[in-house]
Ligand binder design. Structure first.
Ligand SMILES: Nc1ncnc2c1ncn2[C@@H]1O[C@H](COP(=O)(O)OP(=O)(O)OP(=O)(O)O)[C@@H](O)[C@H]1O
Length: 291
């Protein structure tokens, strides 16, 4: 599959389209990725021939059926997985491993239970990725905690916090080294619906402030529409790009006055995404039944 065109509603134009195109921050070119089973001498192809560019400051959401390769894609950008074919570049340099310019937020928080909130966040600065001088670390922790609304919880342990608060620590830990790219793998999947909505609104605010580039996996169509500038729909495994959808809704999207969720355009994008994903889910089911 070559470069994919964005699906755009008639009359809808992004302001950015009027300017000269910015060079891509992240560029995946004809990426095929998978996993070898050495014992059985087999190879599972998770993603096939995926080409995609992410602009600086863009919020890109990835949706698709379970097992279609979403996490594999984000892990390729993180440098945790290497492509079998093709390349992933960040600012033009091939990704060969993890780096200070990228940080991951995991669904299951991945906090160290024996460390306090403060020391969990410091952890990101202690390893190779961080490189923050010791004299600056306390200030950075305080700043990250303020961004996620957790000031005052420095000395708490993860087990003393709710799921939503734990994920705020996970986000603070990703933000503390000020990475250019935030990779978020279903970050709000484990929190309740009310907390999820509050955290989506917080994330929108944080990103408006930090201007980071975000690649965000979600199973929630509404979450993808509310947060993203573009949504990539991946087909069932082996994942290929089915469609890229421009989310041309005004920001902030969590403003009660604007009531973006009730706008006709929100409904249009939502039903389009539903039909694409229903198609993929059905295809996956039929394939499973005929096996
Ligand atoms: N470390 C691994 N070793 C072997 N196979 C793997 C590994 N990680 C993922 N896979 C397989 O690769 C395929 C894609 O997995 P991936 O986790 O990228 O999908 P996903 O779209 O993120 O799924 P989900 O939505 O369920 O989280 C799946 O079939 C999965 O079983």
């Amino acid at each position: 599959m070559g470069q994919v065109e964005a699906h755009s509603a008639p009359g809808a134009q992004r302001a950015a389209d009027d300017k000269a195109p910015e060079p891509a921050l992240i560029e995946a070119a004809h990426v095929t990725a998978g996993y070898d089973n050495r014992r059985e001498h087999t190879r599972l192809i998770a993603l096939r021939d995926v080409s995609l560019q992410v602009r600086p400051g863009e919020f890109l959401a990835i949706v698709g059926p379970s097992g279609c390769g979403k996490t594999t894609f984000i892990n390729l950008i993180a440098g945790f997985v290497k492509p079998i074919e093709g390349s992933v570049r960040v600012r033009g340099s091939e990704v060969t491993g993890p780096g200070a310019d990228r940080a991951m937020v995991f669904q299951d928080y991945a906090l160290l239970p024996w460390r306090t909130v403060e020391r969990n966040i410091r952890f990101a600065m202690e390893n190779r990725r961080g490189h923050v001088p010791k004299s600056e670390q306390a200030g950075r922790v305080a700043q990250a905690l303020e961004l996620v609304g957790l000031t005052g919880f420095e000395k708490s342990y993860p087990h003393e916090l709710s799921g939503g608060m734990r994920q705020r620590v996970g986000i603070a830990r990703a933000l503390v080294t000020e990475p250019e790219i935030l990779l978020m793998d279903e970050p709000f999947g484990a929190v309740d619906a009310m907390t999820r909505e509050a955290m989506q609104a917080e994330l929108e605010k944080i990103i408006a402030e930090t201007r980071q580039t975000v690649v965000f996996i979600t199973h929630s169509i509404d979450e993808a529409i509310l947060l993203a500038d573009r949504i990539v729909v991946i087909s069932k495994r082996p994942g290929t790009i089915r469609e890229v959808i421009d989310v041309d809704l005004p920001r902030p999207r969590f403003d009660e006055q604007a009531d973006v969720q009730r706008s006709p355009r929100f409904g249009e994008i939502r039903s389009h995404l539903w039909s694409l994903l229903a198609d993929e889910a059905l295809g996956a089911k039929q394939e499973g039944a005929s096996r």
